[in-house]
Design a protein around this ligand. Sequence first.
Ligand SMILES: C[C@H](C[C@H]1O[C@@H](n2cnc3c(N)ncnc32)[C@H](O)[C@@H]1O)NC(=O)c1cc(-c2ccc(F)cc2)cc(O)c1O
Ligand SMILES: [Mg+2]
Length: 215
Amino acid sequence: TRTSRPQRILKAVQRKATVGDPQSVITAIDHFCRHREWAMNVGDEKGSILDSVVNEVSPVTVLELGTYCGYSTVRIARLLPPGACVITLEFNPDYAAIARQVIKWSGLEDKVQLVEGASGDCIPWMKEHFGVQAFDLVFLDHWKERYLPDTKLLEECGLIQKGTVLLADNVICPGTPDYLEYVRNSPRYNSHYYRSHLEYTKAEDGLEKSVFLGY
Ligand SMILES: C[C@H](C[C@H]1O[C@@H](n2cnc3c(N)ncnc32)[C@H](O)[C@@H]1O)NC(=O)c1cc(-c2ccc(F)cc2)cc(O)c1O
Ligand SMILES: [Mg+2]
């Protein structure tokens, strides 16, 4: 096919969503992915759980790992008060280009910093480049085998402090067994599993919320 799936998702947003209306962008992507083509957005069911955790934490600085088309970036940013922001990392330049346009269409570009690069390379520069002290919320949604090494990297860089909340997508499907084992057995995390379904399907999946308790 001439266009890519992310390009078709962007087209659906431009056709169906209203500029400056984040909810209409979310609705347009969910409708497209449920009725036209499946895509790996967190989706509406797990997205509602994401919303409730964002509202509960009311974070000032959020880190998202794995932007894809920007669907969860928009979900998070639309709930942030003035002055709060989400830094989102995406290493695929084609996906990043689509995500920028989706975020712009939603009118939330002032609350979003999209960084093109691999998490392992960008995380060590977070403090220096973005003046981040520590993240209040981290949404893990990138390569599933990077969840654990990047969590350890965030700890080592002092970007996770007492009270920081980690929220991980796909802990069942595709699955992140080593990460789950770590956060569930570590005395420094308080973990809770939110049972749900793989986006737009009936397959089981869920989100794991882990609160860092400090050293
Ligand atoms: C990994 C992807 C999400 C994005 O993450 C970026 N990325 C990667 N590694 C890095 C990095 N190290 N740094 C920055 N960005 C990074 C990438 O380019 C994708 O755009 N997500 C998934 O693969 C994913 C897959 C499924 C899934 C489930 C059942 C199936 F049968 C098939 C697929 C569901 C989901 O909910 C996902 O989230
Ligand atoms: Mg995911």
